[in-house]
Design a protein around this ligand. Structure first.
Ligand SMILES: Cc1ncc(COP(=O)(O)O)c(C=O)c1O
Length: 460
């Protein structure tokens, strides 16, 4: 394994950020490692000074200079920190095709910084069913402070002409989530990338890969220019860190210089200070080491739970793109990362794939009776905790319309199909226990229905 050496960067603090590492690209030997090996070893080399297998957390805010501007790659921890740089190396190694990773204080800080980097009065084309916080930032912040205009479009179903027609001469960015949150719509990324390359304004294509994590999807391999993650979710995986990251490809194209873009993001980050703490970076890196085993278990459990839900009479509709019955199942399979495909093809017994394939840990469904019944269901669950967020080892359940997506206007929530939806973040507990928890709660809903004649929202 190659350990990159720190290099002096005289400009780091005074004139801009330093990464502390000359570059974040991978050596050839690193590229040959499998996903789990990279997750455990890249960026986590033993401490060269003490031999500690787990490198210490570097809490120092400032770094000694041997002469003015002569240092070991770090000057001040807002512009660069060794623990953060180590995590960023791990992230580069996990997102296939990556050459740069910039870790932020939250996924939202990554979003804000990327939108700032576009400059004033630009146009963004966004998938319509976007994370509520991204919708809020685009419409209530970027629009107000920078004149950013956003067109929200159903990128799953829009025709090529509709997508090209929605682009303007100042369209600088296409914002994609796939699957979307919470309706799990799938966007055909290679198609959108092809259309973006045709557009005269040469927009960047960004994928928020939070839901699938680098384990199930590798958007950079499919042509995306930027991947963002809320590390808060699967990458950290233990519901105890708020963090985010922006990840860029290793090789620039004629249209886009990713080295330049990475520098710009670091410059903006240093200027407004949206940096994560070294302790959080250390925790996120520790979490990332088990990403592969966790994602396999999340996917396995989610598939079993989705299959169970389709069979329960109190459930009206189940959305899980891994289910063979999902209308976009073929696209889900085509979008799998090379390592997820290997997992499905070689590690699972065929009987576990009777109803589909693991495809992340998120399942959405609609119970008969609408939003109020959905709320009542969640209070009956014992193992699934009623809470926002996702991606931790513990299972969570929420009603997006009243929780994570409450900032989206009602008419829009109705149009998108968010109203009445229950969203599950399937954890990695014993799957039988999770299914039993859901069965008991759904049966209880049915008992109430039988006891009162018919179940209507006013009954619960
Ligand atoms: C898909 C998606 N992107 C971005 C974010 C924002 O991340 P953070 O909460 O770390 O700011 C979230 C948060 O829920 C999310 O679900």
């Amino acid at each position: 394994m190659t350990i990159l050496t720190s290099t002096a960067n005289a400009n780091g603090h005074a004139n801009g950020p330093s990464t502390g590492l000359k570059h974040q690209s991978k050596s050839k030997s690193e590229l040959n490692f499998g996903f789990s090996t990279r997750a455990i070893h890249i960026g986590s080399e033993p401490d060269p000074f003490t031999g500690a297998v787990i490198a210490p957390i570097n809490l120092s805010t400032t770094f000694k200079q041997d002469a003015v501007g002569v240092h070991k790659g770090f000057e001040y921890s807002r512009s660069g920190n060794p623990t953060r740089a180590a995590l960023e190396r791990t992230l580069v190694s996990l997102e296939v095709g990556a050459g740069h990773a910039v870790a932020f204080a939250s996924g939202s800080a990554a979003t804000a910084t990327i939108l700032q980097s576009l400059g004033p009065n630009t146009h963004v084309l966004s998938v319509n069913d976007v994370y509520g916080g991204t919708f809020r930032y685009l419409t209530n912040v970027a629009n107000v402070t920078m004149g950013t205009e956003t067109t929200f479009l159903d990128l799953e179903n829009a025709t090529d002409d509709e997508i090209l027609g929605a682009m303007k001469e100042n369209t600088k960015l296409i914002w994609i989530e796939s699957p979307t949150n919470p309706t799990l719509r799938l966007v055909d990324l290679p198609r959108i990338v092809g259309l973006a390359r045709k557009a005269p304004s040469k927009p960047l294509v960004l994928v928020d890969n939070t839901f699938l994590s680098p384990f199930y999807a590798s958007p950079l391999l499919q042509g995306a220019d930027i991947v963002i993650h809320s590390l808060t979710k699967y990458i950290n995986g233990h519901s105890d860190v708020i963090m985010g990251a922006a990840i860029l490809p290793s090789s620039s194209t004629l249209d886009h210089d990713y080295d330049d873009l990475a520098k710009k993001l670091r410059f903006l980050q240093n200027a407004h200070g949206a940096v994560p703490s070294p302790f959080d970076c250390w925790l996120a890196q520790r979490g990332a080491k088990t990403l592969s085993v966790r994602m396999k278990a999340h996917g396995f459990n989610a598939l079993r739970i989705a299959t169970f839900l389709t069979s329960h009479p109190a459930v009206e509709h189940v959305i899980y793109p891994g289910l063979a019955s999902h209308p976009r199942h073929a696209l889900a399979r085509a979008s799998l990362s090379p390592h997820a495909r290997r997992f499905i093809d070689t590690e699972l017994v065929p009987s576990s794939l009777a109803h589909g394939v693991p495809y992340g840990g998120m399942v959405s469904f609609r119970v008969r009776g609408g939003t109020k019944v959905a709320g009542a269901l969640l209070t009956k669950l014992k193992l699934f905790t009623l809470a926002e967020s996702l991606g931790g080892v513990e299972s969570l359940a929420e009603v997006p319309a009243q929780m994570t997506h409450a900032t989206i206007p009602l008419a829009q929530r109705e149009a998108l199909g968010i109203e009445g939806l229950v969203r599950l973040s399937c954890g990695i507990e014993e799957v039988e226990d999770l299914v039993e928890d859901l069965r008991r709660a759904l049966d209880a809903l049915q008992d109430e229905e039988n006891g009162s004649g018919s179940l209507t929202p006013s009954d619960v």
